[in-house]
Write a protein that binds this ligand. Structure first.
Ligand code: SF4
Length: 76
């Protein structure tokens, strides 16, 4: 499994995560912050668990590109 977490409130809306992993991230037209698609929210942390290991490289690039370090990627 690939587990992606986004601490959304701290997003500065730079769009870098979308450039790296457009299948997982989109910018919200409402508030200009990133949305982690198909995620569930708990106390401000948005989490997506995916069995598709093929996304690991792109979401890791998104993690590395985020200037405020609010994207986390783990493998289980
Ligand atoms: S890279 Fe980080 S700060 Fe930039 S839009 Fe994505 S989550 Fe927000």
């Amino acid at each position: 499994m690939v587990i992606i977490t986004l601490q959304r409130a701290k997003c500065i809306g730079c769009n870098y995560c979308v450039e790296q992993a457009a299948a997982q991230f989109q910018m919200s037209k409402k508030d200009g912050k990133a949305v982690l698609l198909h995620s569930t929210e708990k106390r401000g942390f948005y989490t997506l668990k995916s069995a598709d290991m093929g996304i690991l490289e792109t979401v890791t690039k998104a993690k590395e590109a985020c200037p405020v370090k609010i994207i986390d990627v783990k493998q289980t």
